[in-house]
Design a protein around this ligand. Structure first.
Ligand SMILES: [Zn+2]
Length: 318
């Protein structure tokens, strides 16, 4: 009798352990070319084990709200309003152009790809700085409800399903290009952008224990040590490595090795054709970043879902 109950208990415990293993966060890059990591690729979808789906920095490579890769979207996060993140242009069709030179010939201005997607998906649009009032106007123009726009400034915390969403600083600029404005010829003629407050990054706290730092465009900043590592304890990082506009590969590797110290990294915003046939090309910024970084660096191949457990171990798709 005793042996039987012990045996049953063992079965129950094994099943529970398997249940815990199955609790992964799915991360799917939506780039310009299937199976590759191309210059303007920024967009990622995060899916919590509870089914919550969050789109980060739609940029130019998500083809509007009707892009079949999107599926259900609960919230859209935007790091800052530059055209390559907010989305001034999109592709006319899947894989248009080549990875090294994608075809972004469809204009999304004066609205934006980000707002069109949030409106079309009836998703929350989470932004920081002085951006909400601007986006409320845009959301209405796109047929959405201004209430979909939610403010999240540094230090604040909100929840989307079971996912905690936190805003963290990024050291960058956040001028709104005149192309996104009505009657902004004067700004354009003077070479000026509009003020919408500071740019940012995010920390996502998933229900399986995974804590992901999304750097946004940033230089090296003390907050990566003080806030992202010491307070939020991020164990996965999505790190922008493109140079010129943000940290380059060596600076980004320092941020990973010394400041954030996650268990794993997803390279992002490389501004180069980093792969061919899904294989990382030598002599690329991405290859340099991977070599200089102490923890595993995963290359985001468009359409290829990576699955992470609570300790940021990639258990599938890497
Ligand atoms: Zn950028």
């Amino acid at each position: 009798m005793k042996r039987t109950s012990g045996f049953l208990l063992a079965i129950v415990m094994t099943a529970a352990a398997q249940g815990a293993i199955a609790q992964t966060v799915k991360i799917t890059p939506l780039g310009s070319h299937d199976g590759e990591f191309c210059p303007l690729d920024r967009a990622l979808i995060f899916e919590d084990p509870d089914g919550t789906r969050i789109l980060y920095d739609a940029g130019r490579t998500v083809r509007g709200a009707d892009d079949p890769r999107l599926g259900k979207i609960d919230a859209v996060l935007l790091s800052h309003v530059h055209g390559d993140h907010l989305g001034d242009l999109i592709q006319p069709s899947a894989n248009a152009g080549e990875c090294g030179k994608p075809d972004f010939s469809v204009k999304a201005t004066p609205n934006s790809n980000t707002v069109n997607i949030a409106a079309g998906k009836k998703a929350r649009l989470i932004v920081g700085g002085e951006m909400p009032s601007f986006f409320q106007v845009k959301m209405k123009a796109a047929g959405g409800d201004p209430k979909q726009v939610q403010l999240l400034r540094f230090g604040a915390h909100t929840r989307v399903g079971k996912v905690g969403v936190v805003s963290v600083p990024a050291v960058h600029t956040n001028g709104l290009p005149p192309a996104f404005l009505e009657n902004a010829e004067m700004l354009a003629a003077n070479g000026l952008t509009a003020y919408v407050g500071p740019p940012g990054g995010y920390v996502l706290q998933f229900s399986n224990g995974l804590v992901a730092y999304l750097s946004g465009d940033t230089g090296i900043t003390a907050e990566q040590d003080l806030v992202v590592r010491r307070y939020y304890k991020a164990n996965l990082a999505v790190m922008n490595i493109g140079d010129v506009f943000s940290t380059g590969p060596n600076e980004a590797a320092y941020v990973m090795n010394t400041l954030v110290r996650p268990k794993a990294v997803i390279a992002s915003h490389a501004n180069e054709m980093a792969t061919k046939g899904g294989k990382l090309l030598p002599n690329t910024k991405t290859a340099r970043f991977k070599k200089a970084t102490k923890m595993p660096v995963h290359v985001p191949l468009s359409g290829k879902t990576m699955e992470f457990d609570g300790s940021a171990k990639c258990v599938k798709g890497c």
